[in-house]
Design a protein. Structure first.
Length: 138
């Protein structure tokens, strides 16, 4: 009886360790890119929302225009900083010359796709997909 309890506990600990080992690696690459430009469905959805709302300032593929190159930014800022900028916007001395980064709190489509947009930009930042038109792999 005691032996069964102990091994059940041991299995639970092993399962927990297994989950802990896997979670960070998924968080590091929240996307998949195949054949150079085919994205998983979530990242592709992120690209479409990005194209709708962000491309006019950041460029169609986030390569930068009057607003910064986000492939470079996302390589440097944390996910928490990304979420913060998305919620509240950002205005610095640099930004005044470029126009300003609006907050998106009031935009349901952007809010619903915060993670999906991040996934697409992370794939860009990691160099897994270039400034090319993505396709949906699914
Ligand atoms: C009206 C133009 C405009 C639009 C539209 C816009 N941005 Fe921005 N964004 C900017 C500017 C300008 C900055 C630079 C702000 C600064 O450095 O002070 C910026 C900064 C950012 C940053 C922070 C970059 C860094 O290095 O700190 C992120 C992330 C970002 N934008 C994502 C987005 C996303 C995602 C969208 C679409 C939902 C979007 N932006 C739409 C103008 C825009």
């Amino acid at each position: 009886m005691l032996a069964t309890k102990t091994s059940t506990g041991f299995a639970a600990v092993l399962a927990l360790l297994f989950m802990m080992a896997w979670t960070p690696s998924h968080a590091d690459t929240p996307y998949t890119v195949t054949n150079g430009n085919e994205l998983d469905i979530q990242s592709y959805q992120g690209f479409k929302v990005f194209r709708n709302w962000c491309a006019r300032c950041h460029g169609t593929y986030g390569q930068g225009m009057r607003a910064p190159n986000l492939a470079e930014s996302i390589a440097v800022i944390s996910k928490a900083e990304y979420v913060d900028v998305m919620m509240s916007g950002k205005v610095t001395a640099k930004a005044k010359k470029m126009g300003r980064m609006p907050g998106w709190k009031g935009n349901a489509q952007v809010m619903d796709n915060l993670d999906n947009i991040y996934s697409y930009l992370k794939a860009r930042a990691d160099g897994k997909i270039g400034a090319v038109a993505p396709q949906s792999a699914n």
